[in-house]
Design a protein around this ligand. Sequence first.
Ligand SMILES: Cn1cnc(CNC(=O)c2cc(-c3ccc(F)cc3)cc(O)c2O)c1
Ligand SMILES: [Mg+2]
Length: 221
Amino acid sequence: TQSTRPQRILTAVQKNATRGDPRSVVKAIDHFCRNKEWAMNVGDEKGCILDSVVSEVNPATVLELGTYCGYSTVRIASLLPPNAKLITLEFNPDFAAIARQVIAWAGLEDKVQLVEGASGDWIPKMKEQFGVKTFDLVFLDHWKNSYLPDTKLMEECGLLRKGSVLLADNVICPGAPEYLEFIRSSPRYKSQYFKSHLEYTKVEDGLEKSVFLGLVNEEWT
Ligand SMILES: Cn1cnc(CNC(=O)c2cc(-c3ccc(F)cc3)cc(O)c2O)c1
Ligand SMILES: [Mg+2]
């Protein structure tokens, strides 16, 4: 039977990366996707911006929306302090199955909880199911038209605190126009755009970093 692209990515990791070495896993996926088959990982260029935001926030709790093959999961988890937790949600069971093996190859399974299902179903259950109070960092990389409803849902569920950081991939390509419009005009967020390129290409793309400011007082007038 024909293999899938995620399966071929896993094979490339198992052949070219060292078990327990997250950087070699990231390198193997980037090499495969740049030289063999493009895939929708955040990639090396935007990945460096992701790394710098993770290092700056130094989060104890991270939520990733959209796991795919686990590339950004490995990048983030490899930078987390001891006892920090990353919960990553993936809707597609085939992607989730591959991601589990990529995360295990990197030796990061103790820092990562991969949850299969729809973000809209799981976000309201985060507190009761995983004992999460709030997230210090959220990486949005799932369906682009889910960025906005899921951000509103996280607010409503009290999962964001003053200072929580949202980092959204693909705000230019494929684009998340409703999300960008909302987050850049909301008084509850301080946003910053990091210009970059679509993974493994010269096409423009970028990451939007938004800090939640909490409920600002004019909302009570
Ligand atoms: C099916 N599916 C499961 N998860 C998702 C969510 N991710 C994306 O959709 C996504 C798409 C692209 C992209 C695709 C085609 C193209 F021509 C240009 C860009 C890039 C990304 O970085 C992404 O994160 C989609
Ligand atoms: Mg993406």
